[in-house]
Unconditional design. Sequence first.
Length: 329
Amino acid sequence: MTARILVTGGAGYIGSVIVDQLLERGHGVVVLDDLSTGHRQAVARGAGFIQGNVGNRELVETLLERERVEAIIHLAAFALVPESVAQPQKYVTNNVTAARVLLASAVRARVRRFVFSSSCAVYGHPATIPITEDSPQRPVNPYGETKRDFEQLLAEAGPPRGMGVVSLRYFNASGATDSRGEDHDPETHLIPNVLAAALGKRRLEIFGTDYPTRDGSAVRDYVHVADIADAHLRALDVTLDGGAAVAVNLGTGAGQSVREVVAAARRVTGRDVATVERPRRSGDPPELVAAVNRAATVLGWRASHSSLDEILGSAWRWHQHHPHGYRGG
């Protein structure tokens, strides 16, 4: 069933891929993005676009009414962990306070479904791997705290008013499609930084080589951005048990170490990846890997494009074709 969908943060890395998939399925799409971190060039021509912030109540209420929005996919959030530690109030203001305005407006407009871009950061340093959705939420930085707090607001406010709520807890979004890839400033994610090293732009810093993992480097669960986008589309129409809010991990169930990613990048690109070893960063857990059973049972979803070679190969092609990202060249 096609619907009118609002995608906040739709000019960002993950949001732009979601917009593409929504349009491919015949949905009407409008993007709301303040372009503080996103790129106008990343938004497909078939989508409507409004530059603005989700905390602008008048703008949001007018938009929801005019576009007759039936569902919201909310990705408009700041997402840099070190920045959240340095500027916690910035993260609370945008990720919680402004998002609460969006939620209140959605309730008044009787939006039927709210899909929230959450994060495995809500778990902090989990005691058990793989991490289930019922694991304690003990975030260790302000970014994770804001994701936890807005999940709770959604669960309390949405279902009693007839709004279906699905929070998707991403693990490590990565890879690219033919037309959409990662273009962040600063770039903090491993995959694009590994490829930048393959392009000779810098040496890759490996933070921590003495973790209790198979090769001493940190282990993470990498998920292709196209798979993550597909989960959002599934979340729009899934039947919710009793109407209650549900949280779902988006991962593969398998972890890859930093050293394994470097080795795969060398294999995929055919180039050297210069590395330099650094001490552990404060707050980085040794291993984060998702339990994936709930995604299968609730969404009928599993990662199907998320082998390390497929992730790296897709990102490598995008970076070769977009050496300056969305800024041209």
